[in-house]
Design a protein around this ligand. Structure first.
Ligand SMILES: [Fe+2]
Length: 201
């Protein structure tokens, strides 16, 4: 955020960043809800999707309190987190293991948002924008609750993701012939410490 010259500028930049992040999350949460195997996880994502729509409305009200038009600014941080989540969805079949990966991605997004809103609230208070701070606190409370919900779901989903792991291990185990090669591998890892030439110019 190089343009921010004052704390107020930084506040506006952070607000635009959060506004864009929420918009990106609308699309991502819809995808995560569809990808989830367990109905409770799917419901958690679609429930937070509805909350996120409301959060966008709250952010628009905060812009209005500042007498500004709501405007986003691309948030590369949340884009990266969403991209990682998309990779998991593309690589894994619908399964309890994918659910575990979705919980991990969901938690990353929540923690990013928790950091963002905690900061926004502190700055709003510092600038004397009490009403804005109150509205932002409403969003933060939802993010904290969403994170706690994911913790509860993880406690239920992780044992399911681990089921069948023992059987899979048994299948693999007998095939390994204990090959003990006694040959001394005298691969001397002699690192030729060739002096690096400095391009002195
Ligand atoms: Fe959010």
């Amino acid at each position: 955020m190089p343009e921010a010259e004052t704390l107020h500028d930084l506040f506006v930049d952070e607000l635009k960043d959060a506004y864009d992040a929420e918009k990106q999350l609308i699309k991502a949460l819809r995808k995560m809800s569809r990808a989830a195997t367990h109905p409770d996880l799917a419901a958690a994502f679609s429930g937070h999707l509805e909350e996120t729509t409301g959060q966008i409305g709250i952010l628009e009200e905060v812009f209005e309190l500042l007498e500004m038009k709501p405007r986003g600014k691309h948030c590369p941080g949340i884009a990266g987190i969403i991209e990682e989540g998309n990779e998991a969805i593309e690589e894994k079949e619908k399964s309890p293991l994918l659910d575990a990966a979705l919980v991990a991605g969901g938690k990353r997004a929540e923690h990013y948002e928790i950091a963002a809103y905690t900061t926004l609230i502190s700055i709003a208070n510092q600038l004397g924008h009490q009403e804005a701070a109150g509205r932002l606190q409403e969003i933060l409370d939802q993010e904290l609750a969403a994170d706690a919900k994911l913790n509860g779901l993880a406690a239920m989903l992780l044992p399911l993701a681990n089921e069948g792991a023992d059987d899979a291990e048994e299948d693999k185990a007998p095939k390994k012939a204990a090959k003990k090669s006694s040959s001394r591998s005298s691969s001397s890892s002699r690192s030729s410490a060739a002096p690096k030439r400095k391009s002195s110019k």
